[in-house]
Structures are given as structure tokens and as C-alpha cells.
Design a protein around this ligand. Structure first.
Ligand code: HEM
Ligand code: NAG
Ligand code: NAG
Ligand code: NAG
Ligand code: NAG
Length: 344
């Protein structure tokens, strides 16, 4: 009887998350799609390894706002509005758009109008993970997403994306709203093993209320004292917008489980990173992930696939965009690739 329960639960999850997507979706219609995306990402990664964290984060921001529909890539919404997600503050920090445009151009040359920008972004996030882990972290990407036509700045500012000051329970609730578990949240936070955060995202942790002095061996906000000193030298209390620090001081450019080791040792840069250590149930997951690198890498892929299955439930009409930064209605009125959704 127990087994039947498990089967039912797994089936329910499959229905909720991305059941319309399939691995190898372009095998018939554009067999070179995934290889072309990989080539472009690898080329750009060689010049600037920062494109990898950029692309992984773009995929996350895409999926958490209107589902994985490439709404984060739009410069203009279908109604002509330029108040789009990517302009939401802090807007200086999303990166990787040029790589996606290059990948899209390469794919369009081979099979025009077939491969969605949202799938290209999902492939690119996987390729970025693989490149940043010397090939040890990778996964098959279910594809078949379609691109939305609408992007709204305010949707990236309120409610959907978790801000860095969130505590453990708010983080868990935020991910649950996207049908992701607390464990998914902890596992996906491991993406903070790569890339940077701008001072503005964490200075409030460095210059605190004088009523809350440092309490050795950590600051009131839970940072190691030595690390807080280092960060104070880097970031003044009212930092200019362009200053940033590595998210993972131990191995800043390698996607690995050292992030969890850092979190346990008061090196979590954002309040949201530190929160994973403060809640007992989350801390148990962090401890496990810090001990088993290969296992974490596998689980990261599984949770990324789950995140990549978040659907855009707002829009009925979707398309395969010609230009990832513009809806087709604006690129070319005479050449629309609309399809009425039949899957829900
Ligand atoms: C758990 C809640 C999360 C919060 C509160 C959060 C918050 C942030 C913040 C504030 C930054 C720094 C942005 C900047 O100042 O430039 C950042 C960077 C980053 N985040 Fe998250 N994030 C979360 C989850 C995730 C997830 C789920 C992923 C992907 C799976 C992710 C991937 C990244 C990456 C790769 C960077 C570095 C970006 C770069 O170097 O360009 N984050 N995150
Ligand atoms: C979209 O906006 C970015 C940033 O302003 C710009 O570099 C890019 O050329 C724009 N893309 C299109 C298709 O207009
Ligand atoms: C960046 O975001 C801020 C705050 O939302 C906004 O005032 C500003 O116009 C945005 N800048 C750009 C270039 O979109
Ligand atoms: C977390 O933050 C929320 C929202 O600010 C607050 O209601 C809640 O009490 C906080 N939880 C803890 C454990 O501090
Ligand atoms: C989460 O699952 C529920 C129940 O199937 C569904 O109605 C909802 O649209 C899903 N939410 C997201 C963001 O995928």
C-alpha cells in the first residue's frame, strides 16, 4: 500500500511541473539546437566566465516571473510598454543577454522560427553549470517551452522574486508559491556558489543598528567578524552601484558545494544565505549538501529541471520569438508564430 501512495504523489508532482516538456524536443525539428547553444555559451565563457552565473540567474528570474517564458529577455512588451522585468531595480546586475542573442542568431540560421528563447535560456543555464564545474554538473533539459509576449516591471519587483533580506520562513513560502519545496530552495541556493552580489544587496548587514553590536565570533547579522571587516573595506555604508563581491569566497568561479561550507562558517554573503543556517530544518539540509558534493550536484540538476517546469499560466497566446528581446508583434507584423494553447 505504501508504494501506491508514493506512485500517486510522484504522478501528482509530474502533472504540476513541466509535464508538457520533453528531453530531446528538437531532435526532429532542429537537431543541432542544443549543440549550437552550447558552442556559443562556451565561446563567451572563455572570454568572461561571469556569463555562467549571469545565465543561471537569468533562467531563475525568468521562471519565477510568469513562468519560464523568456519574459525576462524582453525590452518591450506586446503593448509597446518598455516598463519590462529586466528594468526592475537592481537592473544593472542581470547579465548574459548578449550570449542568448548570439545563441538565438546561430539557431535561427539553421532552423528559423523553431526554437524558443525560453528553451535556449534553459539550455544555456545547464551549459553554464557544466562549464563552471569542469563537466561534473550537468543534466538533460526537458524542452518545448513557448515564449510569452508580455513583460511587466512591477511583477519582478513585488512578490515573485525573493529579496536578499528574506528570512528562512519567507524564503520557504516564496518557493512554495512556485511549487518548489524547502529542499529545492536550499539546493538551488547553491547557485550562489558562483558570481557576485553588489554591495547594495548586503551592506545593511555590515553597518547595523548600534543597539545590535557585533557579538563575537560573529556580527549581529551572523557574519564572521574577519569576513565582515573585509567586506566593510570593500563596501562603504552608502556604496556606489557598481561595487560587488564574490558570492562564494572559497571557490568563487567553480560551481560546487563549497557554498554550503561557507554558509555553515558564517560566510554566507546575503541574509538569505545566512538564513539557511539559522533555521534548524534547513540547516540539516545545508549540512548534508556540504558533505556530499556529487549528490548535491545531481540534486541541483533535478531541482533546476523542476524550476524550469514552472509554467506561464497568465497567457493563452504564446509564440516562438524571432528576436529574444522583442515580441513578434513588434519584430514583424507579417510573420507571426502564434499558437493557441491547447494543453490546459
Ligand atoms: C533563495 C532565494 C534567493 C535570493 C534571495 C537571491 C538573491 C540574489 C541576489 C541579491 C544576488 C546578487 C545580485 C547583485 O547584486 O548583482 C544574487 C545573485 C545570484 N543568484 Fe540568487 N537569489 C536566490 C536564489 C537563487 C536561485 C534559485 C538561483 C539559480 C538557480 C540564483 C542564482 C544566482 C546567481 C548565479 C547569482 C550571481 C549572478 C551574477 O554573478 O551575475 N539565486 N541572488
Ligand atoms: C535591448 O536593450 C538592450 C539594453 O538597453 C540593448 O543593448 C539591446 O540592443 C536592445 N535590443 C533590441 C532588440 O532592441
Ligand atoms: C533601474 O531601476 C530603478 C529603480 O527601479 C529605476 O529608477 C531606473 O530607471 C532603472 N534603470 C534602467 C536603466 O532601467
Ligand atoms: C520572517 O519574516 C516575516 C516577514 O517579515 C515575519 O513575519 C516572520 O515573523 C519572520 N520569521 C522569523 C522566524 O523571524
Ligand atoms: C502550482 O500547482 C498548482 C496546483 O496544480 C497550480 O494550480 C499552480 O498553477 C502551480 N503554480 C505554479 C507557479 O506553477
Amino acid at each position: 500500500m505504501k508504494n501506491i501512495g508514493v506512485v500517486v504523489v510522484l504522478f501528482a508532482l509530474a502533472v504540476v511541473h513541466g509535464d508538457h516538456l520533453e528531453v530531446g524536443f528538437y531532435e526532429g525539428s532542429c537537431p543541432s539546437a542544443e549543440a549550437l547553444v552550447q558552442q556559443v555559451v562556451a565561446e563567451d565563457f572563455l572570454v568572461d566566465p561571469g556569463v555562467a552565473p549571469g545565465l543561471i540567474r537569468l533562467h531563475f528570474h525568468d521562471c519565477f516571473v510568469r513562468g519560464c517564458d523568456a519574459s525576462v529577455l524582453l525590452n518591450v512588451s506586446d503593448d509597446g510598454s518598455t516598463e519590462v522585468e529586466r528594468k526592475a531595480g537592481p537592473n544593472l546586475s542581470l547579465r548574459g543577454f548578449k550570449t542568448i542573442n548570439k545563441a538565438k542568431a546561430a539557431v535561427e540560421l539553421n532552423c528559423p522560427g523553431v526554437v524558443s528563447c525560453s528553451d535556449i535560456l534553459a539550455f544555456a543555464a545547464r551549459d553554464s553549470s557544466s562549464l563552471s564545474s569542469a563537466g561534473s554538473i550537468s543534466w538533460d533539459v526537458p524542452a518545448g517551452r513557448r515564449d510569452g509576449r508580455i513583460s511587466i516591471l512591477s511583477e519582478a519587483q513585488s512578490g515573485n522574486l525573493p529579496p536578499p533580506f528574506f528570512n528562512a520562513s519567507s524564503l520557504v513560502t516564496n518557493f512554495e508559491q512556485k511549487n518548489l519545496t524547502a529542499e529545492d530552495m536550499v539546493i538551488l541556493s547553491g547557485a550562489h556558489s558562483l558570481g557576485v552580489a553588489h554591495c547594495q544587496a548586503f551592506t545593511s548587514r555590515l553597518y547595523e543598528d548600534p543597539n545590535l553590536p557585533d557579538s563575537p565570533p560573529q556580527t549581529a547579522s551572523g557574519l564572521s567578524l574577519a569576513y565582515a571587516d573585509l567586506l566593510r573595506k570593500l563596501c562603504p555604508s552608502d556604496p556606489p552601484v557598481d561595487l560587488s563581491a564574490f558570492m562564494d569566497v572559497i571557490t568563487p568561479n567553480t560551481l560546487d558545494n563549497k557554498y554550503y561550507f561557507g554558509v555553515l562558517n558564517n560566510l554566507g554573503l546575503l541574509n538569505s544565505d545566512n538564513a539557511l543556517r539559522e533555521a534548524v530544518d534547513l540547516k540539516a539540509i545545508v549540512e548534508k549538501m556540504s558533505k556530499y558534493p556529487v549528490w548535491w550536484g545531481k540534486k541541483f540538476g533535478v531541482s533546476m529541471v523542476k524550476m524550469g517546469g514552472i509554467e506561464n499560466t497568465e497567457e493563452v497566446v504564446t509564440e516562438i520569438r524571432t528576436n529574444c528581446e522583442l515580441p513578434n508583434s513588434i519584430t514583424d507584423f507579417s510573420n507571426r508564430y502564434f499558437k493557441i494553447r491547447t494543453d490546459s
